[in-house]
Design a binder for this molecule. Sequence first.
Ligand SMILES: [Zn+2]
Length: 289
Amino acid sequence: MRYTHDGKRRKALFVGFDGVRDDVLRALAPPAVQDLASHGRWWTTTLPDVDVAPTVTAVGWSTLLTGVWPSTHKVSGNQDEYHLLHRYPSVLTRAYSADREIRTYGAASALIFGTHYGPGPILGPGVNQLSFFDRRDYRGGFSDTDPLVLEEARRELHIGEHDLSFVYFGQADKVGHAHGVGDEYRAVIAVLDDYLAQLLEAVRGRSTYDREEWLVVLSTDHGHLDEGGHGGGSWQERQSFIVAGLLGGGTAAQWRAEAEPVDLAPTLMEHLAVPIDPSWGYAGRALLG
Ligand SMILES: [Zn+2]
């Protein structure tokens, strides 16, 4: 089941850039994002009104990773300890629970993913291997920990046998808060694009790559005000995007024209050939037709 019709092993990678605005990313059109989009599609998505989906980090990543809206997973803020992530866990946990042969990997340094801060750890049981760096231990925060996440993720994606991986970078959000959406913000997006290039290179350089088909998706949790900051309901804060591409795929994929953040989890499941259980409450549908 986890092989394509032409016998390739299905693999999936979800890369997260925290707080990257779609309009800025489109204006920059950096090479690695363009490379990925050229193998699939780049959707502009707009988060629902803030009373449905607050433009807050823990809420955004919970929605993307669980495939259900905040009204279901109940994560309402970064420090929220009363939620239903145990009932609506991440797509990594779901995939492993559905099929114990699916190996899952996470790499991140935001507290919610690897500690008990707020709704964490979002990358909890069912994540077979986790590269986690507690950014509180590093003076530069994400500027120090993102390169460590990249280094581990590059190695794991290159030589590991993981089937479904999630790799998160937090620098852009930090810069957005500090400087607004200006030159510094554009510069850090270029850095993240280079990280994406390195991850794609790690995948394409695998010794088994010619026998694999990789779905790679890229997304963000929220946008930023021009002057920096998020949490409100402005268009700038509600901006998001999904980029998805199939690497090593032999057939021309049929991608849906519209996308929403809740489509990401079912898209990963569809690619991994994991049947979606109605009890999971997935609010979206696979982007591959
Ligand atoms: Zn965020």
